[in-house]
Design a protein around this ligand. Sequence first.
Ligand SMILES: Cc1cc2nc3c(=O)[nH]c(=O)nc-3n(C[C@H](O)[C@H](O)[C@H](O)COP(=O)(O)O)c2cc1C
Length: 286
Amino acid sequence: MSYLNYFKKPIDETVKRRTSCRTYEDILLNENDKKELLSFGRIVNNGLWNEKIEYSLLEFSVEELKKKKMSAYGLFKNLRSFIAGIIEKADFHHMSYGYAMEHIVLKATELGLGTCWVAYFDRHAIEGINIKEDQTIPAIILIGYPAEERTVKEKIARFAIRASKRHDWREIFFHGDISNPLSKEAAGPYAEALEFLRLSPSAGNAQPWRIVKDQSKHSYHFFKKVVNQGYEKNKLHDIDIGIAMCHFELGAAKNGLEGKWDLTEPLLPNLPDKTTYMISWTQALH
Ligand SMILES: Cc1cc2nc3c(=O)[nH]c(=O)nc-3n(C[C@H](O)[C@H](O)[C@H](O)COP(=O)(O)O)c2cc1C
């Protein structure tokens, strides 16, 4: 089951409105927004393989965060808060982490908050969180009220990674095998789910997702194309796949399509270089 019912506003508007925010107002979250977010976090408390996830909202003064070297990015302005997700380690916990945390990102967006995934952060920033041996914090999410305008630095950074651009459908969605592009018509009721996926954030906007609609069944196979070796080494592409799963599942649910995630290892011909199978979605047929 998807988490769609826990969103109060139209999910398509929320998905389209979300962009990374690096320029904030110098204020902390109000009590109501904090409460909404943390209670939603208590619902999204499991990964795809049942890994336990809990969330910690950390608040600082701008000066304190500068000391913690968060400002080393040079990009963030007036950063006061971030959310760290603490997940149980497992074989595929990076995917689970992306999946769960992106729900939090979308809930924050619904509340009118700005967010930014950050994978490279100074470990001092999370000092004070009690992490057990079998737990980890693969990335954090900056959170706050967006300022009226992005700083010039942020605008330049977005331009450099073409942050507002996404691959065309024919480059990332396929039918039967990975050399045959999938049209919106052939995707039918899944067209919106795929469009939600295309709008997903990804590390460095690398967009490592390659999705193949199964010829015979109501299944979509998710592949990872390694675009950046550094990201791959740090499992950021895996987090990106989890984020994409969150967007796809919400888009499917909006169109009345429920299903399940499993590992089916489809035998697909013509797999390009550096492309590996990750997971499949199979529609529940009533
Ligand atoms: C796993 C992950 C890690 C990221 N790490 C950083 C980061 O360290 N610093 C940063 O400024 N942005 C980071 N981002 C944000 C991406 O650059 C951003 O999502 C992408 O450029 C697309 O732009 P958009 O989110 O505005 O659609 C990260 C995103 C993801 C999904």
